[in-house]
Design a protein. Structure first.
Length: 161
């Protein structure tokens, strides 16, 4: 009996995560696992794909929402920028990399850290210019990012255009 119950629970798991549909019909909101009829209005489908960041640990998602991380780099910054990327990836920190290419991007960085210096990092509203592991770790710790990347996490970052 216990094995039968276990088997039923295992088989029911994927069904519980199936697509669901929500729509309005005749002034009533209907939620179903079956597709709506053609006359349905305001149809939304859920359970089809993960939202960005769904696979991240809870602590990382919370830190990412409150204190997003941006790494500023340039095309000629090679070893120091790689060190900064590697540090962020080793901790499993999702980040955006902004490669400075236009005068307005350079001006944004100057406003942020005082001059055109890369790599520079922004964690929430805090910033640091250069690469110093202790300073990066301090900013990330204060923001609540985990100290190490979870097993199987994929590197983040890469230049944004």
């Amino acid at each position: 009996m216990r094995y039968l119950l276990t088997l039923c629970l295992l088989l029911a798991g994927p069904a519980a995560m199936a697509e669901t549909y929500k729509w309005i019909e005749g002034g009533k909101t209907i939620i179903s696992d079956s597709p709506p009829p053609g006359r349905a209005k305001a149809v939304t489908k859920t359970g089809t794909a993960d939202e960005p960041g769904d696979s991240l640990p809870f602590a990382t998602r919370k830190a990412m929402e409150a204190f997003p991380v941006t790494l500023f780099t340039t095309a000629d910054c090679i070893s120091e920028c790689k060190q900064a990327r590697d540090l962020l990836n080793a901790r499993g920190v999702p980040f955006t990399e902004k490669m400075i290419q236009k005068p307005e991007e350079a001006e944004e960085l100057k406003q942020l850290v005082g001059d055109l210096f890369v790599p520079s990092i922004k964690v929430g509203s805090q910033k640091f210019r250069g690469i110093e592991a202790g300073a990066y770790h301090n900013l990330l710790d204060l923001a609540g990012y985990p100290k190490t990347a979870p097993y199987g996490s994929k590197p983040s970052g890469g230049p944004s255009r």
